[in-house]
Design a protein around this ligand. Sequence first.
Ligand code: AMP
Ligand code: GLY
Length: 442
Amino acid sequence: MKVLVIGSGGREHALVWKIHQSPRVNKIYCAPGNAGIKRMAECVELSVTDVDGLVRFAKKEEIDLTVVGPELSLTAGIVDIFEQQGLRIFGPSQDAAILEGSKVYTKEFLEKYKIPSAKFKVFNDREKAKKYIDECGAPLVVKADGLAAGKGVIVSSTVQEAKDAVDLIMRDKAFGDAGNLLIVEECLKGEEASFIAFTDGKTILPLPTSQDHKAAFDGDLGPNTGGMGAYSPAPVVTEKIAEQVMQQVMLPTIQGMAKEGRPYKGMLYAGLMIDGDNVNVLEFNCRFGDPEAQPLLMRLKSDVVDIFDAVIDECLDQIKMKIDPRPTVCVVMASGGYPGNYESGKVIKGLEKASDVEDVVVFHAGTTIENGEFASAGGRVLGVTAVGTDLEKAITSAYKAVGHIAWTGSSFRTDIGAKALKNVHEITMGKEVENKAKPIGS
Ligand code: AMP
Ligand code: GLY
């Protein structure tokens, strides 16, 4: 069969890598893709929001399955439009993707369905928001309603910072119309984790747990980025917490979306804050995480194409998902300056040597080919991902490969996975896991 993957990041390289392993697939296209993806897929110069162009391409090439990486395509309604044209596509509809597209919708939805989340208030007026900030006192979190490439959330440790965030979002329109509404939210404590699951609207099939490293610098310092590294599993999500997340978050969300007339199919990613036995939802994403996709897809032993098909055909309960018991870790290598201004077009050295390190795959995120050599072409450039019999070995292999790679200004965090090592006894190799989907009930 022929598969089209939409997107150009490390997540999409990992998707293409995994789809390439399927004996059912004989041709992969990626729009627009990157230089690493080119080795396994034919890259097509179409933007992720050029839905008409993508439909025309899928029809012309008789694509059997389209897999969507980024949220922008989903909130633009790509799934609805492909389906209207009789094309098979994996992902939630535009109505369902609102769980990522509007933070205000999601907070009100969470409240309605009694799904645990931080206390909040919605504002369309700057002065009222600031008055509320004075009443509450810091710390607080200020969030733009709409999509802002991960930058629309400002965790504020002082009242002044929170008020400045209101001005940035609503007066300066730093995130455009995404800031027409904003949320002022209680600041939660704890450890973050990503809980990512497949769902066909009737059952939910969770992937192993994972943890992202959002801050730019070691020790979780500096500004938030798209993610500087990730590992799986996340020991903070014990078996008991995972069950609690299914009961208190995932099942009521899928049930609630059906009740709202927005049936949810595809991938649901809950960003969680975990503090002891307390679990709160920070956000939902309607797609695979990036970089979480890299370590998660490396652990998935089942054919991912079978899972995409089962979601589309609403028979996810038929899938037995096999998971490699070994932990994985992904270290993101970025352009110096990211998430602020950075330079591109720097020649990347050492990729071959890095790929020769045992148990390592180097996923490309922002790369291009210039004069026959790989060059940087984005903020996040590579996701160096390793598997190991325990987390420490995975971390060692990933950093060994990272040590071979360099370009002018390249940077990376040196502490990816370190937080988990304190619980390392829980994430050494266990039994092979086989997961089955859980019915959502009524
Ligand atoms: P979001 O896009 O809503 O997940 O927010 C991005 C990041 O901001 C999260 O990964 C957290 O690190 C942080 N954050 C968001 N909401 C809160 C909150 N209520 N309390 C503390 N940190 C938060
Ligand atoms: N890793 C965070 C995200 O994909 O949004």
